[in-house]
Design a protein around this ligand. Sequence first.
Ligand code: SF4
Length: 260
Amino acid sequence: MAQLARRLPQNVSGDFYVDESCIDCDACRQIAPETFRDHGGQSSVYQQPATPDRELRALMALVACPTASIGTVTKHDVSPAVRAFPSLIADHVYFCGFTAESSFGASSYLIERSASEGGNVLVDCPRFTSPLVRRIAEAGGISGIFLSHRDDIADHSKYAAEFHAPRIMHENDGAERLGIERVVTGEAPFEIDRDLLVIPTPGHTRGHMVLLYKNKFLFTGDHLAWDPDTHELVAFRDACWHSWPEQTRSMEHLLDYRFE
Ligand code: SF4
């Protein structure tokens, strides 16, 4: 829980604030960019939410924060923000929120598919928390879990057990040690189901993979990201744990595919 006594001086005055425990994961800035900013190494509130819509987004950031670093001076009902997750991105793809500190606030997603299409797929894992688990169960549960790489797996074993969902992960990221049901080897892309293509992309880690859905959504883990400031795709050389030349080569392989 955020502590007012630890409120960062970079916050503007007012109700919402970030405290010193922020780990600079970026989740709040993605969820409520009109409220939170990066002031250099941590986040802070640069503009208090002035409309109900913006307040809801700020409260969604509060419940999604992996370290509970966001607080409010006055009491708020956070239940609408809790219920807002999984939050629709487009088509049948949802952002799960509820990021985990063990995954450094990494994003995870739910692809909603009918039973005839093979069922819902969880892409990387969020924090295991009752409201989210309940919402996922109401949406039909999970038939499979795709784990892009070792950093973003959070509470994967709890989700796998709760929904009897097999996980898929590459051997080079320790899949066997983690008890993963479907261990990927090699670098050849392959379909795990209709419209779901797994593409190994070693570089950030040795066993990194991305998932292409319907030639539209590319779930990139930590291989590749969209930069909202420069409006281009970027990768992070200073957060490359295995091999930058390999990551560059993996990037070239993506030229063979279409995604938005
Ligand atoms: S979500 Fe929390 S930990 Fe992440 S940048 Fe925002 S305040 Fe910091």
